[in-house]
Design a protein around this ligand. Structure first.
Ligand code: ATP
Ligand code: LTN
Length: 327
């Protein structure tokens, strides 16, 4: 039996090179040897305010990006979270088995709510219970995510273990799989902060659908430091981040990259990086455009994904409801 892999991305903001290197790239790579389920997590997106028209459009955009990146709908299940109601139902049940204290320790909530803890939604606080439902419905073995999501996969394990200890073996315990490189691509202007699609002010991220001018200008304007050497030195976050992006898009080893740029200046390196990123994204953007230009085909793919996901999810939900004594 192949291992089951589950992951998801929120349809909000503009997907960027960090989402590709930290998530999509590994999803595509795992397709041969895993049973994959990839979700567009729209219920997670509404934990913060969204414009309905834009949300609808973003759901299609993310689906297009999944397929353009190389997710094959024949091999993998791709679906929209709100199309499968078992996610919301299981999330509610899991809520009732999750201590407030566990949720209170989630660093993403602390970061995202900042000093507005009283006014952000309960959904934002409760977000990990929905993520646990996503993962546990499919007997997931592995969850490939960027570093920022590790804690959410760990709480999923804790919730699953707690449920299993009360009702007997029900949920498989998933493990997070964090890529060695590209797990945490940083903001181009403030390289001590993660590149984030909810903060994509001009020049901070490299959006996957950006124009060549936008990509060039963001890379040329990226913050570096006053040193010269082009080396993978984690204590120099700006240049280290650009080198990680170079490594990710060219699939060249660190040694080769360092030797290629030895004696060269930051300007030369940035120019090269911009051209590599542009060349890397060109075929991807072409495939994306073809998909988006054929909306009924995209709808069909998502409908097929919904049917396949529902079959698995409803079975697990029925087992849980029966164990808890519901219905
Ligand atoms: P937001 O700013 O809205 O939280 P995000 O850019 O963090 O968005 P998510 O939807 O939270 O994007 O994440 C999608 C996937 O991309 C997750 O697996 C996440 O770990 C990964 N990811 C997000 N940002 C980065 C990053 N800067 N570097 C590497 N991986 C990332
Ligand atoms: N919380 C994740 C998105 C997400 C997810 C999931 C990832 C929702 N459900 C299940 C992996 C598995 C994020 O914001 N990146």
């Amino acid at each position: 039996m192949k291992k089951r892999v589950f992951s998801g991305i929120q349809p909000s903001g503009n997907l960027h090179i960090g989402n590709y290197l930290g998530a999509l790239k590994n999803w595509v790579a795992s397709q041969q040897d895993a049973d994959n389920v990839f979700c567009i997590v729209d219920l997670h997106a509404i934990t913060v305010p969204q414009d309905p028209e834009i949300l609808k459009q973003k759901i299609r955009e993310v689906a297009g990006i999944y397929f353009a990146a190389g997710i094959d709908p024949k091999q993998s299940i791709v679906f929209v979270q709100s199309d499968v109601s078992a996610h919301a139902e299981l999330a509610w049940i899991l809520n009732c088995f999750t201590p407030m204290g566990w949720m209170g320790r989630m660093t993403q909530f602390k970061d995202k709510s900042g000093n507005q803890k009283e006014s952000v939604s309960v959904g934002l606080f409760d977000y990990p219970a929905l993520m646990a439902a996503d993962i546990l419905l499919y007997d997931t073995d592995e969850v490939p995510v960027g570093e920022d999501q590790k804690q959410h996969v760990e709480i999923t394990r804790d919730i699953a273990q707690r449920f299993n200890s009360i009702y007997g073996e029900t949920f498989k315990l998933p493990k997070p799989v964090i890529p060695k490189s590209g797990a945490r691509i940083m903001d181009l202007i403030e390289p001590t902060k993660k590149m984030s699609k909810s903060d994509d002010r001009e020049g901070r991220t490299l959006p996957l659908l950006a124009s060549t001018d936008q990509l060039r200008s963001a890379i040329m304007g990226a913050t570096t430091d006053s040193q010269k050497e082009i080396r993978f030195d984690a204590s120099r976050p700006g240049i280290y981040n650009l080198l990680e992006i170079y490594e990710g898009v060219t699939r060249t080893s660190r040694e080769e990259i360092e030797s290629k740029f030895s004696g060269k200046g930051y300007g030369d390196f940035k120019k090269d990086l911009a051209e590599e990123v542009i060349a890397f994204l060109a075929p991807f953007q072409k495939r994306y455009q073809e998909l988006i230009d054929n909306p009924s085909h995209l709808e069909d793919l998502l409908k097929e994904g919904k049917v396949r996901a529902e079959e698995l999810a409803n079975k697990k939900l029925a087992e849980v409801k029966s164990k808890v004594g519901l219905g």
